[in-house]
Design a protein around this ligand. Structure first.
Ligand SMILES: [Fe+2]
Ligand SMILES: [Fe+2]
Length: 209
């Protein structure tokens, strides 16, 4: 069936034209051969689609107004990544900086966990733990706030990733809210996002306290 016919019929195009299309009408009716093909095709599709979806989500944040910082959350991520790049951090850390708040608008209270789950299969355990816990570590840098507990991070003092998380937040998070700071365009980071999301770090992703 040609592409025009596929669209006209209401079917979505397949990732590859020769992939199996399961057309039994309901998942309960799919057979063993269907599931074997679906599992393989899903894994192949996700590998190549994930960078596009992540970048389009990040790009969409560019239209968001700021809630009060000089720059919005997209430019905050860009500034964070720019600073990490200028510091000579590795490519993974630059990408982590870029995307550390990508879930902020979707679920502010869980935005660290969102980034950790999204990037977890591709990054080190140190960066994954940092992403989960960075919102609490950020509170340390808010001495003018009337109600937050600046020392909440102390519950993790001595944890193997405490110092890295404190360093990341100090250098690449709390300081990345100024229009006067350098902000490279997203195009500077696109290839890095593709490379980092294109690999799997199977040593990472273990649940951490
Ligand atoms: Fe954050
Ligand atoms: Fe942030």
């Amino acid at each position: 069936m040609g592409e025009g016919n596929v669209v006209a019929s209401g079917l979505s195009p397949l990732g590859e034209p020769d992939w199996l299309r399961a057309s039994a009408g309901a998942m309960s009716a799919f057979g063993r051969a269907d599931w074997i093909a679906l599992d393989r095709q899903r894994d192949a599709l996700l590998v190549r689609e994930k960078p596009r979806v992540v970048l389009e989500l990040f790009e969409s944040l560019g239209a968001e107004p700021s809630f009060g910082y000089e720059i919005n959350m997209q430019r905050h991520g860009l500034q964070s990544a720019t600073c990490a790049l200028r510091d000579g951090r590795d490519e993974e850390t630059v990408v982590v900086a870029l995307l550390h708040d990508i879930g902020f608008t979707l679920a502010r209270d869980m935005h660290g966990a969102i980034a950790a789950m999204m990037l977890g299969p591709h990054i080190s355990e140190a960066n994954r733990w940092m992403l989960v816990h960075h919102p609490v570590f950020l509170d340390y840098h808010t001495p003018g706030h009337p109600s937050v507990d600046r020392d909440a991070r102390e519950r993790w003092r001595g944890h193997p990733h405490f110092e890295w998380t404190a360093t990341f937040v100090d250098r690449y998070d709390q300081a990345a809210v100024s229009a006067a700071g350098e902000i490279l365009p997203l195009d500077a980071f696109r290839p890095m996002v593709g490379r980092v999301l294109g690999r799997r770090n199977d040593a990472a992703g273990e649940a951490a306290a």
